[in-house]
Design a protein around this ligand. Structure first.
Ligand code: CP
Ligand code: NVA
Length: 304
């Protein structure tokens, strides 16, 4: 692995290996506590973050590496200086850069000029480190992703795009309940379709939320209004109104359905308090798994 920017660049074997490594690290953290001794991990976040920042920050420390954190106002890629100049400079000091930025194009430009590995910590297009933690969570709870029904409801956003890539590569069953005007990008769907042909994945849009969740083993949702889209919140609430995960919807799924959400949640919008706080919710296991996934990603990139 040279970079960790998009799951579409990885094979099923590479993704499964990463998930297995995360599981190993989760079970035996002490075995890895000096694995990255002497390494420096830059954490450059141009948008807020609780989970991703903490997972990579604490994850670096738990592997023996030293994190260096840059807050949203500090570097200002492309404003204070050109993206390529920042990328080349970081490469002189650090061993890896974990980058959260609003534009996926900036992330790609940064990685083009960086001579050290770059990790996508969320862009407008993708959130691959989240997807690795999600696959780990599904693997722990339901074993084989190919033998269960997963329903994703809501916005065709960065989290959804990365799940689509993961399922298309690994060969899972993913039902998407997404309003027409908020569907994932055409390029993502096209690439996923091509990958599904060889992996045997079934990724389908279903006309209603009820149909998507009927008999589901996993229900996954994310905010209707992602970071950067705040001015659209009112109109989005209108279009997504019938896509809320609530008790009525939950009853249509299997009794042991696991409800997933990457967090942060907008309670009362995409998910009700009763569901996110209820017995079927696994959102904090998911949040915990961000740490183990982050460690597996850092280890894979830096341990040659
Ligand atoms: N799920 C996730 O990426 O959370 P943060 O935005 O808090 O990092
Ligand atoms: N789709 C959300 C995910 C946050 C982790 C956003 O981009 O804001």
């Amino acid at each position: 692995m040279d970079n960790f920017i998009a799951l579409k660049n990885f094979s099923a074997e590479q993704i499964n290996d990463l998930v297995e490594l995360a599981l190993k690290i989760k079970r035996s953290p002490a075995d890895y506590q000096t694995a990255l001794k002497g390494k420096y991990a830059g954490l450059l976040f141009e948008k807020p973050s609780l989970r991703t920042k903490t997972a990579f920050y604490v994850g670096s420390l738990q592997l023996g590496a030293q994190p260096v954190y840059y807050a949203p106002q500090e570097i200002k890629l492309g404003q204070r200086e050109e993206v390529k100049d920042a990328a080349r400079t970081f490469s002189k000091y650090l061993d890896v850069v974990v980058l959260r930025t609003s534009s996926h194009a900036i992330l790609e430009e940064f990685s083009k000029f960086s001579s050290i590995p770059v990790v996508n910590a969320l862009s407008d297009l993708l959130h691959p480190s989240q997807a690795i933690a999600d696959i780990l969570t599904i693997r722990e709870l339901k074993k084989d992703i190919r033998k269960i029904k997963v329903a994703y409801a809501g916005d065709g956003n960065n989290v959804c795009n990365s799940l689509i890539y993961a399922f298309s590569i690994l060969g899972g069953n993913l039902n998407l309940a997404i309003p027409a005007r908020y569907k994932p990008r055409e390029t993502v769907l096209k690439e996923a379709l091509a990958k599904s042909a060889s992996s045997g994945a079934h990724i389908e849009f279903v006309p209603s939320l009820k149909e998507a969740v009927c008999g589901a083993d996993i229900i996954y949702t994310d905010v209707w209004t992602s970071m950067g889209k705040e001015s659209e919140r009112k109109i989005r609430k209108k279009y997504f109104k019938s896509f809320q995960i609530n008790d009525t919807i939950l009853k249509l799924a299997k009794n042991d359905v696991a409800v997933m959400h990457c967090l942060p949640a907008h309670r009362g919008e995409e998910i009700t308090d009763s569901v996110i706080d209820g017995d079927n919710s696994v959102v904090f296991l998911q949040a915990e798994n961000r740490l183990h996934a982050a460690k597996a990603i850092l280890f894979s990139l830096l341990k040659k």
